[in-house]
Design a protein around this ligand. Structure first.
Ligand code: SF4
Ligand code: SF4
Length: 451
């Protein structure tokens, strides 16, 4: 049985039932939801360990398991080919493939803000080879049954600072075919030559069977204060990158101490693109942006790290909370993207002939983020997305409940967001950071970048 098709069919039926029942019936149902104050625990993130945080959200989340020809709600139409890290967006910018301005700006588009530079530095320290990988201990420690062990591994992550954790199956195609040469200094002209000419390091994906996804929230309060592309934007990314990298490095070392292989992947050192692994871990669905996994509680207001391992674990598996129907009509990110990098087509198309997703131009996004002189990087799509949660807003929970249960009615969430000005607000009192527009304009003037 094709569970994904069955799910879609169920959703269409729900939509018809909703329409047939009429708006008033639906409104009454929603009112009941409001008055009872029910906030459903998301079924796909039902971790119950002592250290698990309160993962409450209005979303209804279905667990999909693993289906031939699908990864969660993403249809795979041909074998997915492994890619090279050298061909990833920022490496393309370094190689000069996205224009000379992006080539010049990419090396300091985060570091041109002094706080962004501080977080980015930490992320790079966490990426040294000895921190992300190593040999496991010679002897394997006695361990509890795998259900208890899986929960324990999640609790380690929460204890170290994760906001959401999931476990998935890892398939070899989810890792890069080769990792780019690691920069050895600040001679970027030389590194550009190395990226073009030096062979990368082949990635041995076969020795890992599981992945552990770690999300860290970029912070609602700060997001409420930012425009989405001002000086703090890059800092928000690097704060969550460095914290998720910290958790991942500790977890990987701990698993190696238990006697198993484990390698962490984060902003400081990647052997894989994270998106497929995060879907496999049940941490979200593919969104309209094409390269962001959207979580039912955090939206894509997060940064992630992934640990790959051969430690036997129980996978959570991919989830479905109705995002495919929702993104097909919402389009709020596309309408607010300053680079027109996100498409507005209703339907998905086959990306590189391999899997279905909405058309998006990640090169345009990388160009904009690296060359944005009004700030550092960009997170405008993250700010406006209606799934980006509002912790204390019951009306948002009502919208999320509708979005994940009633296909077309999902637009209620977008309407609620628009009505309340969510995503376009800039809360002045929340602008706690300092801005230095002169350095965002021209990083060559920044004293901390002068050595
Ligand atoms: S980060 Fe900015 S430029 Fe990139 S897709 Fe989002 S809104 Fe567009
Ligand atoms: S803004 Fe709307 S279309 Fe874009 S990712 Fe969020 S839900 Fe999907």
């Amino acid at each position: 049985m094709d569970t994904n098709r069955e799910t879609q069919s169920t959703m269409r039926t729900s939509r018809r039932t909703f329409l047939k029942a009429g708006v008033f019936t639906a409104a009454a149902g929603t009112a009941t939801f409001i008055t009872t104050g029910r906030v459903a625990r998301a079924a796909g993130i039902d971790n119950e360990g002592i250290l698990t945080k309160a993962h409450v959200t209005g979303a209804s989340v279905k667990k999909l398991g693993y289906q031939e020809g699908w990864l969660g709600t993403s249809k795979i139409v041909a074998p997915v080919q492994r890619t090279r890290e050298q061909d990833q967006g920022f490496n393309k910018a370094i190689r000069g493939l996205l224009g000379s301005d992006a080539e010049h700006q990419v090396i300091n588009f985060i570091g041109k803000h002094p706080l962004g530079n501080a977080f980015e530095n930490m992320s790079m320290f966490l990426g040294v080879p000895e921190a992300v990988d190593g040999k496991p201990s010679q002897d394997k420690l006695p361990l509890p049954d795998i259900e208890r062990l899986t929960q324990h591994i999640k609790d380690v992550c929460y204890y170290a600072g994760a906001d959401e954790v999931g476990v998935g199956k890892l398939f070899p195609w989810m890792m890069y075919s080769e990792q780019a040469p690691v920069p050895t200094g600040t001679d970027w002209a030389q590194y550009k030559i190395e990226l073009e000419t030096k062979p990368g390091t082949p990635v041995q994906s076969e020795k890992y069977q599981y992945c552990i996804g770690i999300l860290v929230d970029q912070g609602l309060d700060t997001l409420l204060g930012t425009t989405g592309y001002d000086g703090i934007s890059g800092t928000m990314s690097m704060m969550a990158y460095s914290r998720s990298g910290f958790v991942a490095d500790i977890l990987a070392k701990y698993i190696r101490n238990l006697g198993y292989n484990a390698r962490s992947n984060h902003n400081g050192n990647y052997a894989m693109p994270l998106l497929p692994a995060l879907i496999s871990c049940g941490l979200g669905e593919m969104s309209r942006t094409g390269d962001c996994v959207l979580h039912p509680r955090l939206g894509f207001r997060h940064k992630a790290a992934v640990v790959v391992t051969d430690l036997p674990l129980v996978p959570d598996g991919p989830i479905d909370f109705g995002l495919r129907d929702f993104c097909s009509t919402c389009q709020k990110c596309a309408q607010n993207c300053p680079a027109q990098a996100i498409g507005t087509d209703r339907d998905q198309t086959a990306f590189k002939g391999q899997y279905m997703r909405w058309a998006a131009d990640s090169d345009k996004c990388t160009q904009f983020r690296t060359t944005n002189r009004e700030g550092s990087s960009c997170g405008r799509c993250m700010k406006v997305c209606p799934w980006n949660n509002k912790e204390t807003s019951w009306i948002h929970d009502v919208g999320v409940f509708a979005a994940s249960n009633f296909g077309f009615a999902g637009n209620i969430l977008r309407d609620i967001d628009d009505m309340f000005g969510y995503g376009t607000e800039v809360v002045e009192k929340n602008r706690w950071w300092l801005e230095w527009p002169e350095y965002c304009q021209d990083w060559t003037k920044a004293p901390w970048l002068k050595g």
